[in-house]
Design a protein around this ligand. Sequence first.
Ligand code: HAM
Length: 422
Amino acid sequence: MSNLELTRLRGFQDSLGADARAMSLVEEQARTIFERYSIKEIRIPVLERTQLYVRSSGETSDIVEKQMYSFTDRDEGETVVALRPEGTPGVVRAYVEAGLDRTDPEQRLFYSGPMFRRERPQKGRYRQFYQFGVEIFGRPDAACDAELLIMIDELCRDLKLPFTMEINSIGDNKCRPAFREALVAWGRAHWDELDDDCHNRLDRNPLRILDCKKDAKVTESAPNSLDYLCDECRAHFDTVKELLSAAGVAYVVNPRMVRGLDYYTRTAFEVMAGGLGAQSTVVAGGRYDGLVEAMGGAAVAGIGFAIGVDRLALALQAAGVTPNVGPDAAIIAMGPAATRLAVVVARDLRAAKLNVEMLSPEKKMKSLLARASKIGARIAVIIGDDELARGVVQLRDLKQSTQREVAVADAARVIADATTEI
Ligand code: HAM
């Protein structure tokens, strides 16, 4: 582009063609499966008070410390607002604001849309990215954790994604303080081996020292959360594992996974896929039993997760699961009379649930056939005056380079057979 000032911003993406199709495939499949699990849609604003995220995501989280697009809205009496960096705080706010925590606390909700974080852009990490998330309220039981993990497993398998699921328990308000103290004590004992980033984490949010990438070797000897669980948290985690095994879900316990947001309690989980380099986590979430109350609501349990739609789409493409973007049929009509039949044929094919693109009737056959191949159509439906007179169409299979004539009335069935047999 000649005018540099009009190009897109760093970390902001345009998605077209197969990339956009892969993202909608993830979204469509997520919606279908979530609805099968009786989870209902909620739509929430993209813009909220910055304070909402400070209070929920956590003052010491990377999101709040350095990644928010936050600004003062002059029209709103100098309110400081932010583009949402994640969906959970907005959903909790909406749930409390609607009074559901008191009137009808058990809720199963899903949401989707763009999130914004001013991160250092790289493959699979953008400043605007898309999440498809779920939040369940009023279910403190381990069966709920297991059901969500079973659902995620089902989604990834339906999408034919090779993946691994990691789970952990980070305890609750009762047992986590001891774990935190143990981490601090460990950090002090190993102070000289740790870099500034780790020192900073140890001061502000000791759990996150386990995420310290630079000193991963050193932190191998740090205490792990499972050794500090109280009896209730341990029993909860054991039940989650038991139910996953009963349902045949494969998982790995990773006692070093702590998650980057402050609200988590007990079960935390991440799903990893290959082909993404450093940004391999495609789904992540966990339980947050104290969050609703901390946000001014009743003491209601919560658990949820979000799919990183961009990343999951990239992982699918890396795994060779590339969705077809071309139509089932491209219609080529030669001349005005044939075009009148072509619109009827197109309507019938679409009524038979086939994807159809009508090409311009004002071009030559050769360039239209080239166009049909270029857009990835499986079949070219060719209609000329001769076909019109005899009530037939020519079906050219663009993959196999074969052609046959069929009666207009049979076209939909023949195309449907040809496009499903691959
Ligand atoms: P999160 O781990 O911050 O959790 O994000 C969830 C997923 O969103 C990540 O695993 C990743 O796939 C995707 N994601 C995050 N940041 C980016 C980025 N900059 N570019 C591309 N993809 C990204 C949450 O957001 C929690 N709200 C999840 C949750 C819901 N926990 C409980 N309920």
